[in-house]
Design a protein around this ligand. Sequence first.
Ligand SMILES: C[S@@+](CC[C@H](N)C(=O)[O-])C[C@H]1O[C@@H](n2cnc3c(N)ncnc32)[C@H](O)[C@@H]1O
Length: 216
Amino acid sequence: MYEKLETKDGSFTYRNTEVGATYRSTNGALTESRYTFLEGTRLQERPSPWKVLELGFGTGLNFRVTAEAARAAGVELEYMSLEPAPMPAELWLVPDEWKSLEMNEPFQIGSISLTVVNARWQDFEPPADHFQAVYHDPFGPGQAPECWESPCYQWSLRALEKDGVLATFGASGAARRAMKEAGYLVGSLPGAPGKREMTVASPSAGAIGFAKSWKR
Ligand SMILES: C[S@@+](CC[C@H](N)C(=O)[O-])C[C@H]1O[C@@H](n2cnc3c(N)ncnc32)[C@H](O)[C@@H]1O
């Protein structure tokens, strides 16, 4: 069910053969994680502690990239990630020390805390007005349509701080309209390798002033 793949930047991801999708872009898994989520949310410009809510833990690569950046910057990181269908932990693309965590419990190593919540977003209420960044990283609309519609964006908007930023690889007009309908302001950025565009969104125009405003 899980096929390990080397991607174009030399990093790895998996294909889920049951779902018929890869967890990260085959054009560069690590490059996409860094560019789209860590850099897309401008998390590194925030004060400590960094607080991230992720939709879709998958292989853990986004967590790994963010934890490495937090360590390098000497800041605390609180990372909460939802995953209704976890891969076996031994396959996760994270350092081994993280693989013994218990689902639904915060697991702390040094100044970094990771909670993997074994639930769909529909079944879990994260703390409100809390996170600086949302990594919106489900499978695409073909596999997970409920993650690209307005109720899902209402859910994450409630969890974001007032100047927090959501980032996603998704860039369809339908997804962007759903974000607007939920109450987000929407911005467009060039996408990671192999993708023309990506999307950032925030309740605050200033927080996504670095992106091209999307008004349609
Ligand atoms: C693109 S992968 C995530 C990749 C991951 N962030 C990484 O760095 O490897 C999408 C993930 O979203 C999860 N997912 C699917 N439906 C979901 C839902 N309703 N709520 C939360 N997660 C969901 C899938 O099980 C899958 O692991």
